[in-house]
Design a protein around this ligand. Structure first.
Ligand code: PLP
Length: 386
């Protein structure tokens, strides 16, 4: 007999039960939930483009041209010229030889290791890497070694001892649960020194990290890729870009191998061409309209200033992800419910997504937030800390 009920009871008893919240409106800074409008601090729609009027118009036109579905996987008949256009554009934008569009960031990570792993592969991962990266190692049955969060001495000591023929360092660029940034140059130096490959998932940096004002925002925007070695760069379109899908950039050979061997790529229906074509227009809009990124940067700065003025005990980061450590799952649930009643939508992140006793509230700042909305959020968080 199945023990599903028992298993669900255990999850509930441990306050790990996940419930979905239905939106009754478009994804934006204000959304309709449970019959009322609330300010949304729980979305990765960092540049507030998911409901952008002009992109919606462009999307409609592309749907007229290409229809709704792609009808097939990319190697059968689902690959459209819009895919090729976007792949070429991204390679040039970031400075990689080649790019492959995938159906999601999760599938990009899983499909990447699926294609390139051999029996003698060991993957070294930061302890706080996103689940899609951890799972990519498990599903591809590589040896998985996790190093202490952002501790590159620990990484070096572990990687030096490893005997595998292929060694891969795999990291988030911006950690999705803390907003901290990895040091890509330090990791590249370790990769060179230990003859390893370096894979970087920039899901929360692409379109967001303005490290060099002249280049497209990303974790590689202040990096010379001729000197800093990144063997695979992964990013998603479902966050700052406001659309859907993801991509992997790297050398021509690695991308060609993915096309030949990545099962999630070969055996899954391609995304609708209209989404891909709109994604290109969204990226161009981010390049053109600098107010999108400056508004976000201003909001991050304002959040930092106002929360330190009000002495809010928040783990300040200089990215769009801010966190408040609570340390127990029940309190996290109660805080989120209380916030919703007051018109503020925030999400708690609980074990097992974060380590035990590190349950937290995650706040995602977007370019569309107003200073007043950020103020109200901080006032609320101060009250619950009192
Ligand atoms: C670091 C990281 N990689 C990958 C993903 C998955 O991306 P997608 O939502 O496109 O599957 C996420 C999603 O939150 C993420 O944070």
């Amino acid at each position: 007999m199945s023990n599903f009920k028992n298993r669900l009871k255990i999850i509930k008893d441990e306050n790990r039960y996940r419930e979905r919240i239905s939106l009754y409106s478009a994804q934006d800074t204000i959304v309709r939930v449970e019959g009322k409008s609330v300010t949304n601090f729980a979305s990765n729609n960092y540049l507030s483009l998911a409901n952008n009027k002009s992109l919606k118009g462009i999307f409609k036109n592309f749907i007229e041209k290409y229809g709704i579905g792609s009808g097939s996987s990319p190697l059968i008949s689902g690959y459209n010229k819009e895919y090729k256009k976007l792949e070429l554009y991204i390679s040039k934008l970031l400075g990689f030889e080649s790019t492959l569009i995938t159906n999601s960031g999760y599938l990009a990570n899983v499909g990447l290791l699926n294609a390139i792993s051999e029996r003698e592969t060991t993957v070294f991962q930061d302890r706080l890497n996103h689940n899609s990266i951890i799972e990519s190692s498990r599903l591809s049955r590589t040896n998985l070694i996790r190093y202490k969060h952002l501790d590159y001495e620990d990484l070096l000591s572990k990687i030096t001892k490893a005997k595998s023929a292929t060694k891969i360092i795999y990291t988030d660029s911006v950690f999705s649960m803390t907003g901290e940034k990895a040091d890509i140059v330090a990791l590249s130096n370790i990769a060179k020194k230990t003859k390893s490959l370096l894979f970087v998932d920039d899901a929360h940096g692409f379109g967001v990290l303005r490290l060099d004002k002249k280049r497209f925002p990303s974790c590689v925007s202040n990096i010379n890729l001729k000197k800093v070695k990144i063997d695979a760069y992964i990013a998603t379109f479902g966050k700052a870009i406001g659309t859907h899908g993801a991509f992997i950039s790297g050398s021509k050979d690695i991308i060609e191998l993915l096309i030949q061997k990545s099962k999630p790529y070969i055996y899954s229906t391609a995304l609708p061409p209209a989404i891909i074509a709109t994604t290109l227009e969204s990226i161009k809009m981010i390049k053109r309209d600098l107010s999108l990124i400056t508004n976000l940067t201003d909001n991050i700065r304002y959040f930092q200033e106002y929360s330190s003025k009000k002495k809010l005990k928040v783990n300040i980061s200089d990215t769009a992800i801010q966190t408040l450590k609570i340390g127990n799952p029940k309190s996290v649930i109660n805080i989120c419910k209380k916030a919703m009643k007051q018109g503020i939508f925030i999400q708690g992140i609980r074990y097992p997504t974060v380590p035990k006793d590190n349950d937290l509230i995650r706040i995602n700042l977007c370019s569309g937030h107003t200073k007043k909305q950020i103020q109200s959020l901080i006032e609320f968080l101060i009250k619950i800390q009192e």
